[in-house]
Design a protein around this ligand. Sequence first.
Ligand code: PEP
Ligand code: MG
Length: 546
Amino acid sequence: MISGIPVSKGIALGKALLINSEENKIKKEKISKTKIKLETKRFVKAIKKSIKQIKKIKKNVKLKLGKEKSDIFEGHIMILEDEEFSKDIKNFIKKKYSAETSVKKIIKKQIQEMKKIKNDYLKNRIIDIKDIEKRIINNLSNTEIKNFNKIKKKIILICKDLTPSETSQINTKNILGFITELGGKTSHTSIIAKSLGIPAIVGVKNATKNIKNEDYIIIDSINNEIYINPKKNIILLKNRIQEKFLKKKENLKIFKNLDAITLDGKIIKIGANINKIDEIDIAIENGAKSIGLYRTEFIYMEKNSLPTEEEQFKIYKKIAKKMKEKEVIIRTLDIGGDKKCKCINLPKEENPFLGYRAIRIYPKKIHIIRDQLKAILRASKFGNLKIMFPMIISIEEIYFLKKELEKIKTELRKKNINFNNNIKIGIMIETPAAALISNILIKEVDFFSIGSNDLTQYTLAVDRGNDLVSNLYDPMHPSIIKLIKMVVKESHKNGKWTGICGELASNPAAIKFLLQVGIDELSVSSSEIPKIKKIIRNSYFKKNIF
Ligand code: PEP
Ligand code: MG
């Protein structure tokens, strides 16, 4: 039995499918004769992709570090474009070896020959060739394996890491649960797992080494237990726990359409956090009274090119119309950190969570955010949309964002395009800086929403996605409690309101505190709504009620 960091509760039983692991990449050594053509095609595709990637890297290095440094990559390109090199590998594939095995074998041969000649220049070339090998193998596995749509049987996914956008493509009909070696409590991968309701344990050391393809796996993320090929009595026991868990979930459904009203009569608004438009129906079905957070970056993360204003307009209009008078808080693009997207080129950084992310990228990529704001404004006349900006640390940022919004309003007016002129604007409080100056910031906005996931990582200096420090990641640390109290108090003093949309909002241990502080809205993953309503209906709002 092994364990990790349980991030999405449930029990899953099934056969393991390893993806993205070294073992998987070179898993198939031999192929059948009929596969030779396909395998060669796959190899050619991977070579082309590798060349494209290196050309891009070369360009970036040249810009940042100069021509001399970028010339190193010219060597990589030369090897990849070398016809002899490709021919050798293709010939190997013809001997009924997989593309991965052929690449490995040919490169090994080349290295052996180079080692025979004692020469510093060639030593460095060996490193280059190893680098190239890694890249081709990676590209081969990506083209073939990391496409979840190809998974047709029920499996448990085992991998080193999953990106948030990969996780959002999981089809829970076939992928019953997942285990990763990396990840933290509130990484976006974990948050999405929770909203999909898929059992998941992250931060499991050596999972891809200890688990083999086809091993029978049990994930029990309620008790943080992973079993590899367990005995029959364990399987029976976990089947029973699963049954009980599902029954409990079913029983909670009676709370879906009830108000979240405390025992002393205070109604709390319960919203849903959504990452994709299709989640709207699930949110409504689970009894959401609003959409407290729409993570619009997922629109960008799922595309190879930037979504147009029109595409976005259609999405926001659809949500606005579906939710009718109920509020929908559209958070503007929040990429960077652990959220990467192909259509916006962000530099690789040492500390991405402290770097170029969220609104910090807007000034240099202003056309992107202008398109998004235009789309939101145009859709605003179809429902009750609100705009929320992420990762604020200063009043100047709010001035900048409001100025941009005003410019767009003027442009739309000139074009006689209707929109809600009084659209409300809010900001996320997810940095200690914003919390500490909330008395100033509140004067410029209509509402706050506490992003406890980031607020925790920035206050405690604990990376939310790092399993090595996940024991220190405590969203109920006294410092965070103090900041939350301060933020709610300042908003109320100014006749405004504060919600919370971080994972703390669905933590049963935090609900009483949040109620007593006077939080106005809790926005949680749709699947958590019934549970939260039940807890609120059994809690008091007022302090010292006895
Ligand atoms: C947060 O930081 O708490 C939040 C809700 O935003 P995200 O999880 O998308 O960073
Ligand atoms: Mg955040």
